[in-house]
Ligand binder design. Sequence first.
Ligand SMILES: [Fe+2]
Ligand SMILES: [Fe+2]
Length: 206
Amino acid sequence: MIQQWIENFSPKDSLPGDMVQFLKLHGHPKTAAHCHAVGKKAAEIARQYAADPRQAQTAGWLHDISAVIPNPERLEFARAHNLEILTEETAFPMLLHQKISVVLAQQIFNVTDPTILSAIGCHTTLKPQSSLLDRVVFLADKIAWDQPGQPPYLPELLAALETSLDNAILVYLDYLWEILATSGVRHPWFIQARNELHASSTAGSF
Ligand SMILES: [Fe+2]
Ligand SMILES: [Fe+2]
């Protein structure tokens, strides 16, 4: 299933150039620009919160690499690669794109670092017991978002980020909680991560 995606792809074993080439090849130049921006922002936050900027940058560059696989094909791809598929992901296959990006990062971009792969694999929902790098990349994706205009939560999130990574993440998770009250599905990883961060923020934040 990977073969069809690497036809005409000529990797130079260097990022972010290979990521840009790959996404443009499949007609996703905007995603390439977004991934580039997330890589840069992730490195910046990593420096601020003592994570590894190179790992953060790599995860940011590749986090949305699965944009090349259309939504209707994501369930089939996930099944073919034996990925765990949750009920919420069957209902809303867009939620699978974080896990599919992990497969492409491994099989096409030869990423083996489990810390980087973990951050790619939870960049949309976060997850319980997230690592520092998971949280850095998650937040970078929400700051350098892929929609037009400025995210409505951005001013509050950036103010929180000056003193606490976890509080900044909670600004976004709480925003999403409200949005999903009326539409969409709440992914269990998102629910658990939010509960966990709320519990730890009352006990003393990161
Ligand atoms: Fe994404
Ligand atoms: Fe993204």
